[in-house]
Design a binder for this molecule. Structure first.
Ligand code: CA
Length: 344
């Protein structure tokens, strides 16, 4: 009798012990398989072939190492492909979804399926409508504040113009600029395009656009071709290149250096080019004197924030429990701050 009582006691202690340890999966009990009680985090990436997003997913993967099984898929820039990948992840029963939408407007479909399956969902980087995220009590967004990157570019432009009067090639006191936009309907692209110029204007500069806004879908090669055409039509009339991301900025630098500008060589003609992201290629171009500045979008910090929220959700806690992160005024979005980068 005594032995049986002890066994029962042991069993209840073990149950209590497991309950108390429910929040931590770091120390699997003896006899567990290596991955037996690790949660599964499903990650959908809009496309692997994006330098900034690569930083985010490497950071996310590293932060989840040993704490979760990570299932990651490349949407290859196609929403239909990503929808299929979502279906597979839901059928596999992942514990939490981290979704980098191909098309942010398609997020309502993701919310519909994830909420039906009861899977907590963290959208990141490409921002769905706030109302769509709010429609599911187990959804949140981790990103940046699109307006901030544009404003930071506007501040950089003001600093450049104050430091370099020679950039005003025609001496009219105005800034003749060309604009390279990301995708036409992308909220970040639209905000960066608008607020960079608005902030420069608020800083006291007179901004005058040369030609039409060049919509180049964040892409280096597309931007290079567009810049070659812009230069062919307006050489000598362009005093500044503003790009929504470094990928396009680097394409513009390539077009300029092909005709002898921005080569980094002493005395070579130079037109300031500014981007966003602080990719390695952009930092390198800035170091070589081929590009002026960029705005640091801290992909490493974003990956860590997504990982922290994902582990919480996978373990049944609220996304931000016990973290350093807080929601902005929407109550559902975490904003990772930007910083200017001029290589100094
Ligand atoms: Ca001018």
């Amino acid at each position: 009798m005594k032995k049986k009582f002890l066994a029962m006691l042991m069993a209840s202690v073990m149950v209590l012990g497991l309950a108390a340890c429910g929040g931590s999966k770091d120390a699997p009990a003896e006899g567990d398989t290596a991955s037996g009680d690790l949660p599964t985090v499903g990650v959908l990436i809009y496309k692997y072939d994006d330098t900034y997003i690569s930083t985010v997913r490497n950071s996310l993967q590293a932060a989840l190492d040993g704490k979760a099984i990570v299932e990651m898929q490349d949407g290859k820039g196609d929403q239909a492909t990503q929808n299929d990948q979502l279906d597979v992840m839901i059928s596999k029963g992942v514990d939490v979804l981290c979704v980098n939408m191909v098309d942010a407007k398609a997020a309502s479909g993701v919310v519909e399926k994830a909420s039906a399956a009861g899977i907590p969902t963290i959208f990141f980087n490409r921002e769905p409508d706030t109302e769509v995220i709010k429609s599911y009590d187990k959804a949140c967004f981790i990103g940046t504040n699109a307006i901030d990157a544009g404003k930071m570019q506007g501040d950089i432009i003001k600093d450049l113009w104050d430091a370099h009067p020679e950039y005003d090639l025609n001496g009219d006191g105005k800034v003749q600029y060309v604009m390279f936009q990301g995708e036409p309907d992308n909220p970040e692209a639209i905000a960066r395009t608008q607020y960079s110029v608005e902030q420069a204007t608020a800083n006291g500069l007179t901004m005058e656009q040369v030609g039409e806004t060049q919509v180049c879908n964040w892409d280096t090669e597309t931007a290079q071709k567009a810049m070659e055409a812009m230069l062919a039509a307006n050489e000598g009339k362009i005093e500044l290149v503003i790009a929504n991301n470094d990928g396009m900025a680097i394409g513009c630098v390539a077009a300029l250096s092909n005709i002898g500008y921005n080569t980094g060589a002493e005395g070579a003609p130079f037109i300031p080019v500014i981007g966003v992201d602080a990719t390695d290629a952009a930092k390198d171009a800035i170091a070589k004197g081929q590009m002026s500045a960029t705005v640091l979008q801290d992909g490493d910090a974003m990956g860590k924030a997504i990982a922290a929220a994902a582990l919480n959700a996978a373990n049944g806690a609220e996304f931000l429990d016990g973290t350093e992160y807080t929601y902005d005024e929407t109550g559902i979005a975490v904003r990772i701050p930007y910083a200017p980068y001029t290589g100094e």
